[in-house]
Design a protein around this ligand. Sequence first.
Ligand code: SOE
Length: 379
Amino acid sequence: MAKKNLNIGMVGYGFMGRAHSNAWRRAANFFDSGYQPVLKAVAARDTAKAQSFADTWGYESVETDWRKLVERNDIDAIDICVPNDLHAEIAIAAAKAGKMVLCEKPLARDAKEALPMVRAVEKAGVANTVWYNYRRIPAVTLIKQIVDTGKLGKIFHYRASFLQDWTINPDVPQGGAGTWRLDVKAAGSGVTGDLLAHCIDTAIWINGGISRVSAMTETFVKERKNALTGKKEKVGIDDAAAVLARYANGSLGTFESTRYARGHKALYTLEINGERGSFMWDLHDMNHLKWFDHSVEGRLRGWTDIMVTDGEHPYLGKWWVPGLVIGYEHSFVHQAADFLEGLTTGRPTSPTFREALETTKVCDAIIKSGQTEKWVKVG
Ligand code: SOE
């Protein structure tokens, strides 16, 4: 069957621009669908850097204004890889122009900003998704598949944390290309929108909706130099967050994220405990999954270490042979591949903008609870 071209217009060329470009390049090599992604154009303000990015990744052309990209007739999908404060304007313009929209996480700085984005893609009837990539690590997808079968029985707990240590030094600036995540105007929030959002997305996907939260948040470094102006400014982001949560299914959640856990670079861990079994997983050992099955005979019962590389495991049948591992970048390839499959079958690619709005609502509730020191209802 002849494949249709899917012409991608990438906005941004940073860390995520590379992760997404790599995903588009590889998805159709490893996964079947009716579409062939074509890296048509990249938009960024700095022409020289955009051109060098285009040359490295094989984009056919360069625009210095994302608006030009959105107007182009030869672009089918806009992929947004710029700081959070630009997501809404670009996504809404792209949807209005009839383009499919893929947006890097979090959807927006808060739910108020995200809601018009949801409405815009729904009104335009265009395919849309938010890149919450960790769901698509095979071990994590496997947890979802098994929980969905009911094998764990009643769920009591779902806990997750995402720990880093890169902002402990007070000389790290806020604002600017590499450090916009520390500037509340650009990012919307700190670790809550940047790291905890990943944990919340996966939690909702596996264990269902979160109804209430109680959070403790802290900003350890109160002032930082702005990388653009050179002036010291008050820091508006949360550096750390610890959260208690109640799920709609009656289970309890605990979440933690910080950029002040010395020694941890990107330690995402999650655990789910049910009546009949539990799963434990962490990103530093991402191809392994710990499984406890209480139905096993008492003498042999214990934590099992599953190496998730078999052809029967999610996505792995498309890669190498059992025992050969995959990495971080594959989670993005899987998301691109799922999007292409969604276009082929007509099924939306989760999380859609509407689904990702739920995560943003939980993040908003966490920030509000941290500020008020009270339980906050989500939404
Ligand atoms: C921040 O350091 C960051 O790059 C996040 O922005 C990503 O979403 C996360 O996956 C890794 O950490």
